[in-house]
Design a protein around this ligand. Sequence first.
Ligand code: ADP
Ligand code: MG
Length: 317
Amino acid sequence: MQKLNEFQLIQRYFADRKKQRRRDVKAGIGDDCAIVSVPPKHLLAVSIDTLIAGVHFPLETTPADIGHKALAVNLSDLAAQGATPAWVTLALTLPAADKKWLRDFTKHFFALAEKFNVELIGGDTTRGHLSIAVQAHGFIPQQKILSRNGARTGDLIYVTNTLGDAGFALHCLQNKIRIRDKKIFQRLNRPMPRVHEGIALREIVNSMIDISDGLLADLGHILSASQKGAVINIDKIPLSPVLLKEKAALHFALSSGDDYELCFTVARNKKLQLEKLLKQQGIKATCIGEVTAQKKLIVQDSEGRLFKPGKKGYLHF
Ligand code: ADP
Ligand code: MG
């Protein structure tokens, strides 16, 4: 088989993608810089995440899963800020120009990009230990800036969908535990960024974050930025049917990462408005507690009995 050089590789796997053209991209792959135009009265939202083999995903993860997840985690950051995704750049470090790996990686990367009308507009390709950095760009209306410090005393705290499935799936993989229901592995390997949810919710929330390091850790970021505390009711934490059967379900739901659901706070007097919006938009979200003035995160059950969670989510250092 003929070996690919860097430029042939870029051309074959990344540049030749006529389908994903956006009209706001004035120059894309092939020029020294990408040139894009932000719509009038909007601001640019930018986020970057790196995935390193053996750190952010197990070494045996398939290129299809890596291609999906590398983009998904970045779109999730845009979602948390209520941004509409538009463009991405990709810095790819590969041990070798493996054609099958590249085919599978790009197939799933671009499938997700297409789903959210995102165009790959540039990047960098180097040789070394496998690592994938994606920078995502999106936009938000000028007056819709969200921030982690927006939580107010009395705000209700919500999370989308269910929590803990991805962490439980990782635990099963690491400990060779066989699970009949394969859906949880989808939750780990093919997380769906909550882009539409984020855009709909930006109209109404006081603060929002995506759960990448575990609920307690990420809600903790909102609370410390906002100088608030919270009371969480463990009986309200939404769990999938698979997790409901697990003894350690709450540990995964509270402390394990990789769920990429949204956690947000809303003023109590907007509860009805929020519920209407959730229904209209077909968004599943559950109220799990409320923001308090006292700077402490209290986790308890419906009877007020304190729950002692284990470790506080994933720390890189
Ligand atoms: P330069 O040397 O000018 O930085 P490169 O040779 O690194 O350019 O890349 C050539 C073109 O291909 C640039 O437009 C760059 O953005 C794009 N590119 C390189 N690698 C990738 C990649 N992995 N994905 C998308 N675009 C890429
Ligand atoms: Mg250049």
